[in-house]
Design a binder for this molecule. Structure first.
Ligand code: 16G
Length: 241
């Protein structure tokens, strides 16, 4: 595995070796790496060299350290294309990950002026306020705050919110979800974000607002989501014209 006679630096060979083990699934996300000493002893190299290679992979975010516990394999980032309009459930299922939701709040409130403007309804109209932690393979990915006009979906229940909202809109309500406007910006985790997303306070997040419209132009939802910056990235393909 490690060729000491090769002109390729040994720390780099260690990096490549660990990367290969991750790619081939020998090492899987969340798994602890052998200690630097074990590596060094096994391949007859110095711990300094092992640390050099591992540090590089920590800097590339392929590995992460937990104080006093060791070095672990990171989870690959979830990639969301910005072309098609998908639901969280679809995003995760297309990656063979198990989507889940933890419902924190489900209540009916009167739309504030701000929410009313977002939903294009009158101030004071009844809206659902839903707060959910979205999980993939049991790990928290995003904290969503959703507002939906009650008049659009008067029959919404708690049970629906444990599964896919979009599936409910389309299959049960017979709606045609047509388009959305989405904004994405950087933010830092508040105490509440940190608690629900299992990240330290002030960790980088992606704050997303999505206003979704039905085919008849009514606004179905406005959703404010906080995605973990270490687990999610967006990809867009562009054509130059
Ligand atoms: C995504 C949407 C959110 C929508 C949800 C429905 C973003 C930024 N947001 O999370 O607007 O409400 O999907 O997901 O992508 P569901 O059908 O799994 O409940």
């Amino acid at each position: 595995m490690i060729d000491k006679k090769s002109p390729i630096p040994i720390y780099f060979q260690i990096e490549e070796f660990i990367k290969k083990q991750i790619a081939e699934g020998v090492l899987y996300p969340g798994e602890a790496l052998p200690s630097e000493r074990e590596f060094a002893d096994e391949y007859g190299i110095s711990r300094m060299t092992v640390r050099h290679g591992i540090n590089n992979l920590v800097n590339q975010k392929l590995l992460y350290r937990k104080k006093g516990k060791g070095t672990f394999v990171s989870w690959p980032k979830i990639e969301q294309p910005l072309s098609g309009m998908t639901s969280f459930t679809e995003d995760m299922e297309s990656r063979n990950m198990k989507p889940d939701s933890k419902l924190l709040v489900f209540t009916t409130i009167q739309a504030s002026a701000f929410v009313a403007r977002q939903l294009q309804i009158s101030e004071g109209e009844a809206v659902y306020f839903i707060q959910r932690v979205r999980l993939a393979d049991e790990l928290p990915i995003a904290l969503e705050r959703t507002y939906i006009p009650v008049s659009l979906v008067p029959g919404l229940t708690k049970e629906v919110l444990n599964a896919s909202l979009y599936a409910y809109f389309e299959e049960t309500c017979g709606f045609t979800i047509h388009e959305a406007e989405q904004t994405i910006e950087a933010s830092l985790a508040s105490e509440e974000d940190a608690t629900h997303l299992s990240v330290p306070i002030n960790s980088p997040l992606l704050s997303i607002r999505r206003n979704t419209r039905l085919l008849d132009n009514r606004v179905l939802e406005v959703v404010f989501s906080h995605y973990r910056g270490d687990r999610y990235h967006f990809v867009t393909r562009m054509v130059r014209n």
